[in-house]
Design a protein around this ligand. Structure first.
Ligand code: NDP
Length: 390
């Protein structure tokens, strides 16, 4: 019997890699919903190719284009945030959460509410609302499977191991586009320069977040929320080859490292077939060709986002939602060349200080309303901050 699946963020890098796997075994899947944003041509072509029930664009103004592209195909067209969440309520066994940013939170939650297995690429959901995501999964008997390569690696290395046997976990970082740049040049770095990743092929936003290490900062927080480790148990280091994705250090001195070529189809395929392992179109590493692996300390002067992530992990509550929202606004401003590369961390730090000083962010109970309030408050504060400091 074929499995019902939906892909949120189907037109993006993760979405396209997911579709690559699905299209190799079309008889195994019954595609319910594909969603995208501005890339209507890709969304429509894929929805027709996999015979999806519905294709949804996040933007209402793009509905006429989507309708036109789907005309005569039998695929339903829908648009807007409500249509996205409605698509997530349609029964599915497996849902890929690969929208970029906090916009991925509500569809992911809806998918959990209907008891689906959620393949979670959208790290922002865990950063903004980790306790809510986990509680929803628990009460609805749903499953969250990490897709971020580092978190999939941890999930695999931790499989069957007692949690109290873990001393610490280490998630690696490529160091991004500027890892070897002199520090004094970083202030002048452009979005075009930041958008080239040394090892991975990913969406523009996450690639720039890799250069600033905001991506790694989000991943540290995601690891804390997903696996329940204390902030002191979660470390990162620069590993320029991006071949070891994460390591678990056990109290008995043993370490388990997860290795693989930088190809997201491994982590996506692992989540798709879990708990089985199936053949995937992913190369096996040739250790002799690699020869050596390198590791360096991740310097918080070069990557201030890491220092801020530690603060957020220690503070908990709604600080993750504030951190992520301020980062998204700062990234938009950097992409629009309104602020410089180093200004992004400065904006986020000021917003964290300002919002936590004026409002209580330490709520134990995190509900969707409070997360959305923190997200909105931080976005307003970040926009004001950018206006005032330009
Ligand atoms: P992309 O930018 O390539 O794709 C993002 C997807 O989200 C696209 O389908 C895009 O539509 C859609 N989208 C953008 N904005 C909105 C919005 N406001 N509402 C609804 N949909 C929207 O991102 P990636 O695939 O690189 O990343 C997706 C998620 O996966 C991120 O959270 C990222 O951190 C995470 N991730 C990505 C990895 C990678 O290798 N790329 C690795 C690990 C995690 P459109 O393009 O049509 O406008």
């Amino acid at each position: 019997m074929s499995r019902k699946i939906s892909i949120f963020g189907a037109t993006g890098s993760i979405g396209q890699n997911t579709l690559d796997l699905i299209k190799r075994a079309p008889e195994a899947y019954d595609v319910v919903a594909l969603t995208g944003g501005h890339n209507i041509a890709q969304l429509a072509a894929d929805a027709i190719a996999v015979d999806a029930d519905v294709a949804v664009t996040a933007y209402e103004t793009r509905l006429p284009d989507l309708r036109e592209a789907l005309a005569g195909s039998g695929v339903e067209a829908a648009a807007g945030p409500e249509a996205l969440t409605e698509a997530a309520t349609r029964p599915a066994d497996w849902v890929m959460s690969a929208i970029v940013g906090a916009a991925g939170l509500e569809p992911g939650l809806k998918a959990l509410e209907q008891g689906a297995t959620l393949a979670l690429a959208n790290k922002e959901s865990m950063v903004c609302a980790g306790p809510l995501m986990l509680a929803t999964a628990q009460t609805r008997d749903a499953t969250i499977l990490p897709v971020d390569s580092e978190h999939s690696a941890l999930f695999q290395a931790l499989n069957g191991e007692p949690r109290d046997a873990v001393e610490k976990v280490i998630i690696t970082a490529s160091g991004g586009a500027f890892r070897d740049w002199p520090l004094q040049d970083l202030a002048k770095a452009t979005p075009e320069q930041a958008a080239t990743h040394p090892n991975w092929s990913m969406g523009t936003r996450i690639t720039i977040d890799s250069a600033s290490m905001f991506n790694k900062a989000l991943e540290l927080i995601e690891a804390k929320e997903l696996f329940g480790f204390t902030p002191d148990q979660i470390e990162t280091c620069v590993h320029p080859e991006s071949l070891i994705h994460a390591l678990v250090a056990f109290r008995d001195g043993g370490m388990m490292a997860h290795m693989g070529v930088p190809d997201m189809r491994h982590a996506i395929g692992y989540a798709l077939h879990y708990p089985q392992r199936q053949d995937l179109p992913v190369k096996t590493l040739d250790l002799l060709e690699i020869g050596q692996l390198n590791f360096r300390k991740a310097c918080e002067t070069r990557y201030p986002a890491l220092r801020l992530a530690r603060q957020v992990m220690q503070a908990g509550g709604l600080h993750g939602a504030v951190f992520n929202a301020a980062k998204e606004v700062a990234l938009d401003a950097f992409l629009a060349k309104r602020i410089g590369f180093l200004d992004m961390a400065a904006v986020v730090e000021r917003v964290l200080d300002r919002v936590s000083a004026t409002n209580g962010l330490n709520a134990d109970e995190i509900g969707l309303d409070t997360v959305l309030w923190a997200d909105h408050t931080a976005r307003v504060a970040a926009k004001e901050d950018i206006e005032q400091t330009r």
